[in-house]
Design a protein around this ligand. Structure first.
Ligand SMILES: [Zn+2]
Length: 137
């Protein structure tokens, strides 16, 4: 089993950043950081788009972030049709790392506002698949 375990619909079975899934299994969300220039990436990248180095390390995205913006999806791409409506958000975490993801359905839509405090949680989708969601702090 490799990267096909990530998300509702997998687009690839193998990547150079497959360890991302191992971290998710341990309830950790991680991005990659370039050890040459310090650029940070989420979703994780295997190579730095800033200085083209392939010397990357992992860093944890943890603690509380701030919701920057959100939108409610009423229509969904293939594989996600059963899930609509759902809310997608972008949150900023320590060091300026921005995380795009679904907002946990247990968070009431009335309470979702830019500036609210956000945390990340790992989601077990069943059938040996994992993802992450943004949730209220
Ligand atoms: Zn770099």
């Amino acid at each position: 089993m490799g990267f096909e375990q990530f998300g509702i619909v997998s687009f690839t079975g193998s990547t150079k950043t497959e360890k991302f899934l191992e971290f998710l299994k341990n309830n950790e969300l991680r991005g990659t950081v370039c050890t040459e220039c310090g650029a940070k990436f989420f979703p994780p990248r295997a190579d730095c788009s800033n200085c083209l180095s392939d010397k990357m390390d992992w860093f944890p995205i943890s603690g509380e972030g701030t919701l920057l913006t959100y939108t409610k999806a009423a229509f969904a791409p293939k594989g996600f049709e059963k899930d609509v409506p759902y809310v997608l958000g972008v949150a900023e975490f320590e060091g300026g790392t921005k995380v795009f993801g679904r907002i946990d359905k247990s968070v009431s839509e009335d309470s979702i506002k830019p500036g609210m405090r956000i945390k990340i949680k790992t989601v077990d989708l069943g059938e040996d698949r994992l993802s992450y969601e943004l949730t209220g702090a």
